[in-house]
Design a protein around this ligand. Structure first.
Ligand code: S3P
Length: 441
């Protein structure tokens, strides 16, 4: 089942209830495919997200010489030496696929051209290319953007670098390139960002070093020329996707639902922490570990919410969840202030502008600045009754469909197509909980 394209409408729904599963984690799915393709053998991946973004990464890896195929419900990847593909690699809307593979291509000592859709062509790539160039990679860009061509050499050198901003994509690209560089590469992240690359490299037999920087960041070191050893990966459910169902439950009166098997890595759990600060009734049940990552079943019930100040230090742990948090905040009593969110301006869309415009259209009191977003609610359902522009951004699309489930009037989005990049079964899952969402004919 896949999400429809074109306009879609969500209407005020009765309490959402039941159990469901979120799709596989997008970040872990990209990494599982890439690391398996860099390994020395056959790897099984179960629970892989089969969204457009991840399927682009799979296609790029095939072009780079890996065998990647679906076998029944799982995926099988045979790693081995990479080759220079005969055509440009096309990443569609996927920043993670493009940026991680720039590092991996460089480290593997091959060459490739990277391209993507209009949104991805507008996003900054210099943050990845600069450190790669410091390592000796030959990179040609288009004013810091795609198309980019990368030529990894056989003589890359290790680097020590401090990231200007916390970014798991940039950190991962450097570590992947460092696999093919002589010497010890050290990456200093000023604040900790999601650590799936570090955890999964470990699971593939790569040794890494970790040092605290005495503050919120840490230094990760990796000795070059290490071989990845084939390993199997079980991908847990995506907390960034589960966030939409959880948000819908906390704002829709009478709701009580559970999303099973969700990744609850603390570096991804900022949204859930913030909801709890707002007074939401959320429980992580049946906590366990799978493939080196913590997972749990998340139970969420309708709650009376209060506005909060979301600290800037929490941004890396919930960077993709701000649009849906802004929607939730419009149902809370008082002001929710989100600071330190300037990175939202360079995601799949300018998410500060897109969220603000959608909320204004729905009758919500909202203001923004270069790096902040403030939403005021009075504890009553917002008016809704608007057609919201998604700017081809999957998270804006899902956020405003959630908005419509409890607003006074239905909320429509201009295009549901991009939802398939990260959450192909979104509308089916939500319908299973009783959400009234349908394409507009
Ligand atoms: C991701 C890192 C984040 C996030 C993106 C996925 C990853 O981006 O927004 O959706 O898988 O490493 P940044 O690293 O640019 O913050």
């Amino acid at each position: 089942m896949s999400s429809p394209s074109g306009r879609m409408r969500a209407r005020r729904s009765a309490g959402l209830a039941g159990e469901g599963r979120a799709p596989g984690d997008k970040s872990i799915s990209h990494r599982a495919l890439i690391f398996a393709a860099l390994s020395n053998g056959d790897c099984e991946i179960s629970g892989l997200l089969e969204g457009d973004d991840v399927l682009r990464t799979a296609a790029a890896l095939r072009a780079l010489g890996a065998e990647v195929e679906r076998r029944g419900r799982d995926w099988r990847v045979s790693g081995g030496p990479w080759k220079t593909p005969g055509h440009a690699l096309y990443f569609g809307n996927s920043g993670t696929g493009a940026r991680l593979l720039m590092g991996a291509v460089a480290g593997a000592g091959v060459a490739a051209v990277f391209d993507g859709d209009a949104s991805l062509r507008g996003r900054p790539m210099g943050r990845v290319l600069e450190p790669l160039r410091m390592m000796g990679v030959n990179a040609v860009d288009n004013d810091g953007r795609l198309p980019v061509s990368i030529e990894g050499g056989s003589d890359l050198s290790a680097v020590t670098c401090k990231l200007a901003k916390p970014s798991a994509q940039v950190k991962s690209a450097i570590l992947l390139a460092a696999l093919g560089a002589e010497g010890l590469t050290r990456v200093h992240e000023p604040q900790r960002s999601r650590d799936h690359t570090e955890r999964m490299l470990n699971a593939f037999g790569v040794e890494l070093g970790f040092e605290s920087d005495g503050g919120p960041g840490r230094i990760i070191s990796l000795q070059g020329m290490q071989q990845l050893h084939a390993a199997n990966v079980v991908v847990p459910g995506d907390p960034s996707s589960a966030a939409f169902a959880v948000a819908a439950a906390v704002i829709t009166p009478g709701s009580d639902l559970t999303i099973k098997n969700v990744l609850v890595n603390p570096l991804r759990a900022g949204f859930y922490e913030t909801l709890r600060d707002m007074g939401a009734d959320i429980a992580f049940e049946n906590k366990r570990e799978e493939s080196g990552e913590p997972v749990a079943d998340i139970r969420a019930r309708h709650s009376i919410l209060h506005g909060v100040e979301v600290p800037a230090t929490r941004a890396p742990a919930m960077i993709d969840e701000y649009p849906v948090l802004a929607v939730v905040a419009s149902y809370a009593i008082g002001e929710t202030m989100m600071r330190g969110v300037e990175e939202l301006r360079v995601k799949e869309s300018d998410r500060i502008a897109a969220a603000e415009a959608g909320l204004v259209a729905c009758g919500v009191d909202v203001k923004s600045g270069p790096d902040w977003l403030r939403v005021k609610g009075d504890g009553k359902a917002p008016h809704g009754g608007a057609l919201v522009k998604t700017h081809h951004d999957h998270r804006i699309a899902m956020s405003f469909l959630v908005m419509g489930l409890a607003a006074k009037e239905p909320v429509e989005i201009d295009d549901a197509a991009m939802i398939a990049t990260s959450f192909p079964d979104f509308s089916a899952l939500m319908a299973g909980f009783g959400a009234d969402m349908a394409p507009v004919s």
